[in-house]
Design a protein around this ligand. Structure first.
Ligand SMILES: [Zn+2]
Length: 195
């Protein structure tokens, strides 16, 4: 009985990105060995899951209706579009970008049933128009889905006469924004080009 509980804990942990079967099992055993850590983790996990929501303006994760970034009016009047909250963090950590963000929570993938409404693209366009944005920067992965998403968004924004740029070379084909190092991302941001 005990072993099957540990196994099912390991199975659940194994669903996390970057956690293989062996690592999952090691984590599960170490949590069972360290009751205090396990109980801290359980508490913070449930607090996070119930307390975190999507910002009503940018869809990034926040504990409030509107996130701190959207409330920071000293930011420049631009929007950087990213796939995930982790990508938002990577862009922010470059220290070079100080505008607003919009988080898609995915990419266009018609075969998996992910369409523009799942990504909040009309919400993005509305937001860009409402703050009279000077530029929208597409900081999306250099993958087929990322490129297709860029093309769709650029099209929607250009019909509103909004300037759209995209991260420059430096992000090799197939690169994921989340895992690009800060230097590469900074260069890609500096060298961004019109869409
Ligand atoms: Zn926000």
């Amino acid at each position: 009985m005990k072993e099957s509980l540990v196994d099912s804990l390991a199975q659940t942990l194994g669903k996390l990105p970057g956690i293989g079967k062996k690592t999952a099992l090691r984590l599960a055993f170490s949590l069972v060995d360290n009751r205090e850590l396990a109980s801290d983790l359980s508490a913070i996990l449930s607090e996070t899951v119930t307390g975190v929501r999507e910002c009503s303006l940018c869809r990034n994760l926040t504990a409030d209706e509107v996130c701190e970034t959207c409330l920071d009016l000293s930011r420049s009047n631009t929007i950087c579009v990213v796939h995930t909250p982790a990508d938002q963090r990577s862009m922010e950590d470059t220290g070079l970008y100080r505008g607003f963000y919009f988080v898609l929570h995915g990419s266009l993938a018609p075969l998996d049933g992910t369409g523009p409404s799942d990504l909040g693209i009309s919400q993005l366009v509305e937001r860009a128009v409402s703050i009279n944005v000077s530029e929208v920067i597409l900081a999306l992965d250099s993958t087929t889905e990322g490129e297709a998403t860029c093309a769709y968004i650029a099209n929607q924004l250009e019909s509103e006469q909004i300037k759209v740029t995209q991260l420059a070379r430096g992000l090799p084909p197939g690169a994921l924004v989340e895992f690009a190092d800060s230097m590469t991302l900074s260069q890609a941001l500096k060298g961004r080009r019109g869409y």
